[in-house]
Design a protein around this ligand. Structure first.
Ligand code: AMP
Length: 384
């Protein structure tokens, strides 16, 4: 893969695919974490005397339509404030507009407004890839999607390279995927086994212990033959859950918090062998042995909350887990939207060795898959 730092950027026009898919509330950016994650590449390009055109998607508009709700205007305004420079928003791919502004930073309107993005159109990819001298791919969060701006543009660009964020993600994620030290403890929580089955299967091959929580733990508990009442479980996953459980690496919770409703009616601390018909497991307590495993680990991978932590009544497990990870000296890697919001809520992102900006891309990378954008970048040589 060609790296940004290996190229001469002086007086070059750089088209950079970033992931600025941020939450917008009342027309303003609600959380600018993803914008800030793109800054190293943008600043590096500007310092090296290049002009920049940024491409991103935002939300899920209907392709071919301009929808105000999904405009990147608030993102361009926020970026301008953060970087303290003029940022021009443009809504066309016409060459008389692109790189012709007095501003060194332009933002192209939501790429999902342009026809052909979703189906990885070669025509759109060719246009995007030819807009500048170099196509820089830095949107790790979308690297698992084979779309025009994440795949065809890379394939069609005269020169395509990775940005600094992509490089960083690859380095840190590879450390937990290939260059890990033992003991390796994975913590997998969240709602459903089905959305993380491939990750669980892959991690079951490499990790020493897998601590499960949330709805995922419920399905494993049920597969062990215990009654979980009204808890969220997936019937279709019981058989595969049982076969994974039989490998002996899964660590189930013992003490849990149940309730009759998500609002917290009749909340009760109990053990997993004692769940009533009309009760749901909504949170767990970390056993001392589980804490010791985390403490002794040299590598920790975390994805998914331990309970319905959005409600403070059911945040204990996720909070305790965050604090244990923060205390640990292991190489710790976290990823996924809910996981990062738990980290921001209970500890600091600096307490974890690396917080990935990817959700789906993080999961697929950690399943051992080669992501389409990375595969495309790997196929490029200078001048190809
Ligand atoms: P995921 O996106 O798969 O990581 O799932 C995160 C969601 O799982 C959060 O919104 C939690 O509220 C939810 N969740 C966690 N534990 C449970 C549980 N025991 N029962 C139902 N939902 C849960």
């Amino acid at each position: 893969m060609i790296n940004l730092s290996s190229l001469d950027l002086n007086n070059k026009n750089l088209v950079i695919r970033v992931d600025m898919n941020v939450p917008i509330k009342d027309g303003d950016v609600h959380d600018s974490t993803r914008i800030k994650a793109c800054l190293p590449t943008i600043e590096y390009a500007l310092e090296n005397n290049a002009k920049v055109l940024l491409i991103s998607h935002l939300g899920r508009p209907i392709e071919g339509n301009f929808e105000e709700e999904f405009s990147l205007k608030p993102v361009a305004i926020e970026l301008s404030k953060i970087i303290n420079m003029d940022v021009e928003l443009i809504d066309t791919l016409e060459s008389n507009k692109i790189f012709k502004s007095s501003s060194n930073i332009q933002v192209l309107e939501n790429i999902r407004f342009f026809e052909g993005e979703k189906e990885n159109s070669q025509e759109l990819g060719y246009k995007l890839g030819s807009l500048g001298d170099i196509y820089v791919f830095d949107a790790f969060g979308t690297a698992h999607r084979e779309q025009a701006s994440t795949h065809a543009a890379i394939m069609n660009a005269p020169i395509a390279c990775s940005g600094l964020l992509l490089e960083k993600e690859e380095n840190f994620l590879s450390q937990a995927l290939k260059k890990y030290e033992r003991p390796y403890v994975a913590i997998i929580g969240g709602a459903k086994v089905s959305t993380k089955l491939e990750l669980i299967k892959h991690i079951n091959e490499v990790a020493d212990h897998i601590i499960v929580g949330g709805g995922i733990a419920n399905t494993f508990i049920k597969s062990s033959g215990l009654n979980v009442g009204n808890s969220l479980t997936e019937e279709s996953m019981l058989e595969i859950a049982k076969s994974i459980l039989d490998k002996g690496k899964i660590i189930l919770p013992n003490r849990v918090l149940t309730s009759k409703t998500f609002e917290g009616e009749d909340t009760k601390e109990t053990s997993i062998g004692n769940i009533g018909k009309d009760e749901m497991i909504l949170d767990l307590y970390l056993e001392q042995e589980t804490k010791t495993l985390i403490n002794n680990a040299k590598t920790i991978l975390w994805n998914g909350p331990m309970g319905v932590f959005e409600n403070s009544l059911f945040e204990n497990g996720t909070k305790e887990l965050s604090k244990e990870i923060a205390k640990s000296n292991a190489f710790s890697l976290a990823g996924g939207g809910e996981t990062l919001s738990a980290i921001n809520k209970y500890i600091k992102s600096d307490d974890v060795s690396y917080c990935s900006t990817g959700g789906g891309a993080f999961l697929e990378f950690m399943e051992g898959k080669v992501l389409p954008s990375i595969k495309a970048l790997n196929s490029k040589k200078i001048g190809s």
